[in-house]
Design a protein around this ligand. Structure first.
Ligand SMILES: [Zn+2]
Ligand SMILES: [Zn+2]
Length: 445
């Protein structure tokens, strides 16, 4: 497509994004007031389906991987350009067990009484309400301009990004599996795009070349002894001393892996079966490992396993380690980043577009980008500005300043929504009809 024809489409997107800003804000506030925990996104799913239907989209599949929704917009121009291309646009839709203290008038007051391990207060403390509303906004714009597009747009509203409750399956890996089985990847996406709202200035866009989000896994360690009355420990085998030694031994792994490697190991949850007068039979230790490189993750796993089995044996117990919920890193080829940077600069305008270091937090968007290629953007949404010395300061008369994702104080300025709507729609148009593609054609290393 010629530059000027593309310009016309960009302008139409930008004007439409301005004109629907009120709707997108209302959708976001509704979702924000009604957050739902991973794998329980019942009303959220219904809201997404109702809104897509209200937009006029008819090709909708619901109930994927629990409460996921996929919808398709087909370009109707009919000539050869862009045929065979399919852009997957993804938003995650779940909330977190956090008691909101954002100061917003639309703050959540919800409590989930029935969630496993609950009751829990629930809040959109990671901003997935904004992701959902922004993708719905882009869906409306792209649906309305479909006769001027070619190729396919696959909208993916993904549940359980924050991880399903223990014992349940869910999230992006299950969504990919179910979409594959039901033929929703025919035609196969030729790129995947999504974004995460972050504590950066409103309208700023961040990206990493190479790894942007670390790989993650859950560790479950089980130490088994022999249950006995607390007054006669010599008649049983106490698993608790082994647990204590394992917790301290595992910290030695930080001295055994090259200091240049970035990784973290946190064991944050212990479940024991004992009582003040009972030496319990078994103790479980749950934690998470994050690493930028898969080789480092496997090396750490071997070391954890060795400490667990041998430390348990030294105390006369048996020990085992399982590694669950493995999520790959979000990794960008230089080609994708070079190709998307002009879009980032166009959308950000006068706001900064900055390269960021890899984050140790994961995002299961990697299940889509590692399969189809593409990019995961970081969009700023808070009332802050970067200072000359590399710090940040509050702006817009808002004293809240920086507030991290997952904290009770996390907030997003509604002004960020239009940037996100435009970003999705520009990426779709540029992949279907412009030059947005992996310019190296190479695999991530
Ligand atoms: Zn999160
Ligand atoms: Zn998130």
């Amino acid at each position: 497509m010629t530059e000027s024809a593309l310009e016309t489409l960009y302008n139409r997107i930008d004007e439409a994004a301005e004109s629907i800003a009120g709707d997108v804000t209302e959708w976001r506030h509704h979702l924000h007031r009604n957050p739902e925990l991973p794998n329980r996104e019942v009303e959220t799913e219904q809201f997404i389906v109702d809104t897509l239907e209200g937009i006029g989209i008819t090709d909708i599949t619901r109930g994927i991987a629990g409460h996921g929704v996929a919808a398709r917009i087909s370009g109707g121009r009919g000539d050869a350009e862009g045929q065979g291309r399919c852009v997957l646009l993804r938003a995650d839709i779940d909330a977190l067990p956090v008691k909101e203290d954002s100061g917003e008038e639309f703050a959540s007051e919800k409590v989930d009484q029935n969630y496993p391990g609950g009751p829990f207060p629930v809040a959109h403390a990671c901003g997935h309400d904004t992701h959902t509303a922004m993708l719905l906004g882009a869906a409306k714009i792209l649906h309305e301009m479909r006769e001027d597009l070619n190729g396919e747009i696959l909208l993916v509203f993904q549940p359980a990004e924050e991880g399903p409750p223990p014992g349940e399956d869910g999230g992006a890996s299950l969504m990919v599996e179910e979409m594959e089985q039901s033929g929703l990847f025919e035609p196969a996406p030729t790129m995947a795009f999504g974004m995460h709202i972050t504590p950066m200035p409103v309208g700023a866009i961040g990206y990493a070349r190479g790894i942007q989000h670390a790989a993650s896994e859950t560790v479950k360690i089980t130490i088994t002894g022999k249950q006995v009355h607390g007054s006669t420990p010599w008649l049983g085998v106490d698993p608790m001393p082994a647990v204590g030694d394992i917790l301290s031994n595992i910290s030695q792994i930080y001295r055994q892996v090259d200091v240049e490697e970035r990784f973290s190991i946190s064991l944050g949850h212990i479940v024991d079966e004992g009582r003040f007068n009972i030496v319990g039979n078994k103790v479980e230790i749950w934690g998470t490992v994050r690493a930028l490189r898969p080789e480092v993750m496997s090396d750490i796993n071997e070391r954890i396993e060795r400490y667990v089995t041998h430390t348990a044996a030294a105390h006369g117990c048996t020990g085992s380690a399982e590694f669950l919920d493995e999520i790959p890193a979000v990794e960008h080829t230089p080609g994708w980043i070079d190709a998307i940077l002009p879009i980032y600069r166009r959308i950000a305008g006068d706001n900064p577009v900055i390269e960021v270091p890899p984050a140790m937090g994961y995002d299961d968007m990697s299940e889509f980008t590692s399969r189809f290629g593409g990019v995961y953007g970081l969009l700023g949404g808070q009332n802050i500005a970067f200072t000359e010395d590399g710090g940040i300061e509050p702006t817009n008369g808002d004293t809240r300043g920086f507030a991290a994702n997952h904290s009770p104080q996390f907030y997003v300025n509604d002004d960020a929504l239009t940037y996100g709507v435009r970003l999705h729609a520009h990426v779709a148009v540029d992949h279907l009809l412009g030059s947005l593609d992996d310019s190296d054609g190479g695999d991530a290393q």
